[in-house]
Design a protein around this ligand. Structure first.
Ligand code: AMP
Ligand code: ZN
Length: 470
């Protein structure tokens, strides 16, 4: 039976039961990277959220379908105040390449970095530039429904036309207006109105024809178009980083609901920011680490995953290389343990009752809003427990389907030579009966087969060696 999964919904600020719209399939849209620079580990923490969501709910018996977009146009340098230059064009200029070359290079780099963290691939990676007709269609509908207006070839969303604007971020319109500092575009009816389509102006690159003249889309409309094109007008979960709540997701709700006339996303999930030296890790501020840099410093990239798993996904997490070093040590030790315990697995009876207890606590942690820190605490508890080693190994290997830490990397797949298993069993019995003469003789026999046996407080352990001549 699939247990009840509860997820924290930013929209209602409460944990709600996951009830997939389609039987047994959780359908997820995740805001992906803007491919103008390399991603840093802060971005990767956010992309780990849907990965953990998928792995967790799949472990609990659901199927998933995930869309993650690639933003390759329209994301302005100052997205909070809806102004500035397109980030893609800034990079194209700096690197003396076309926006397409920039996008292709950083998309590949993103895929590579995500794979280093065992972030599973999404089912679809739509690129914003492939969905311009769908965006234009949505904008036309918004104009027709009185939610948008055109001025000078630019189309704005009229936030006054959507009374629920501000509900996700809990910003009232007054607060939103107060926040609009500096020079405001005089063609906007209200300073808080945001751009759906921007007139090309001086731009010659990344420009498309539209009913309002040449231009390019705003960042927010991209996610409405790609999510509804691929997942339809209702889907289960939308993920992003905490900094996407406003304005990006607030705007997405106004657009998607403005067109469809109903709720589109059931649950909004947001990952907490990764901090560095007290400030948000950010590409633009230059205070960031790439996963490959950490790898060059000798860290296992999955140590970052281990570190991230120890904090609740919704909380801020302060990054430090000391913290990462601790995670790296703990991860390597855990892998060594799993390797040792796996060799014991073949000699011991599984401890089914105990395993069942641990397993249900692990599942309960996942089902409680992806409580991975609780799951990691359970890993530590199991590690230090007196549970049979083989049981420990099989539980941890199974849990690793969710944790994604490659816990069995240390365990070389070894198989016993013919006849060794029976000898090991006989020796275990002889030891139990305190028949040490027999047990010593069997140890020698095993050694000639290439199996070295040592005795520990928890029973005998074996490893394969090169064969010893009799
Ligand atoms: P961008 O490529 O700038 O569009 O960012 C990609 C994703 O990374 C967005 O969903 C952001 O919310 C997220 N993000 C950016 N900075 C951080 C950070 N310091 N910690 C966690 N997530 C972040
Ligand atoms: Zn988005």
């Amino acid at each position: 039976m699939v247990p009840t999964v509860r997820l924290y919904n930013t929209f209602t600020r409460s944990k709600e039961e996951l009830k997939p719209l389609r039987d047994g399939v959780v359908r997820i849209y995740s805001c992906g990277p803007t491919v103008y620079r390399y991603v840093h580990v802060g971005n990767l923490r956010t992309f780990m959220l849907p990965d953990l969501l998928r792995r967790s709910v799949e472990y609990l018996g659901y199927q998933t379908e995930q869309v993650m977009n690639i933003t390759d146009v329209g994301h302005l340098t100052d997205d909070t105040f809806d102004r500035g230059e397109d980030k893609m064009l800034v990079s194209a200029r700096l690197e003396n390449k076309s926006p397409e070359e920039i996008a292709a290079h950083y998309t590949l780099a993103f895929m590579d970095d995500a794979a280093r963290l065992n972030i599973r691939r999404a089912d679809h990676y739509p690129r914003a530039t492939d969905y311009i007709p769908q965006m234009i269609d949505l904008i036309q509908k918004l104009i027709a429904r009185g939610h948008a207006y055109e001025a000078g070839g630019t189309v704005y969303y009229d936030i006054a036309s959507f009374p629920a604007y501000g509900n996700l971020s809990r910003n009232t319109t007054d607060k939103l207006l107060a926040g609009a500092r500096g020079e405001v575009d005089p063609r906007k009816r209200q300073p808080g109105d945001f751009t759906l389509w921007k007139a090309a102006g001086e731009h010659r690159l990344q420009v498309w024809h539209s009913p309002w003249g040449p231009g390019f889309p705003g960042w927010h409309i991209e996610c409405s178009a790609m999510s509804m094109s691929l997942l339809g007008e209702r889907f289960d979960v939308h993920t992003g980083g905490a900094d996407n709540v406003f304005p990006h997701h607030e705007a997405e709700i106004a657009q998607s609901e403005g067109v469809s006339g109903h709720r589109v996303v059931t649950c909004w999930m947001h990952g907490g920011l990764l901090m560095l030296g007290g400030a948000r890790m950010a590409k633009s501020a230059g205070n960031f680490f790439r996963i490959s840099e950490l790898e060059e410093q000798g860290f296992d990239p999955l140590a970052f995953r281990y570190l991230a798993l120890q904090a609740k996904y919704r909380t801020k997490l302060s990054f430090s290389t000391d913290g990462l070093a601790g995670a790296d040590r703990a991860l390597r030790q855990l892998r060594e343990r799993v390797a040792e315990w796996s060799s014991a697995a073949q000699l011991q009876e599984p401890d089914d009752a105990v395993a069942g207890g641990y397993e249900s606590r692990f599942r309960a942690a996942l089902a409680d809003d992806l409580d991975l820190p609780a799951a990691m605490a359970l890993v530590a508890e199991l590690n230090h427990s007196g549970v049979a080693e083989g049981t420990k190994a099989s539980l941890l290997r199974s849990w690793d389907r969710v944790l994604g830490l490659d816990l069995d990397r240390g365990a070389v797949e070894v198989s016993l030579p013919a006849g060794a298993s029976a000898l090991l069993e006989a020796r275990e019995k002889a030891r139990g009966a305190k028949d040490f003469a027999t047990s010593d003789r069997l140890r020698d026999e095993l050694a000639t087969l290439g199996v070295a046996v040592t005795d520990t407080a928890q029973g005998q352990r074996w490893r394969t060696t090169s064969k010893k001549s009799p």
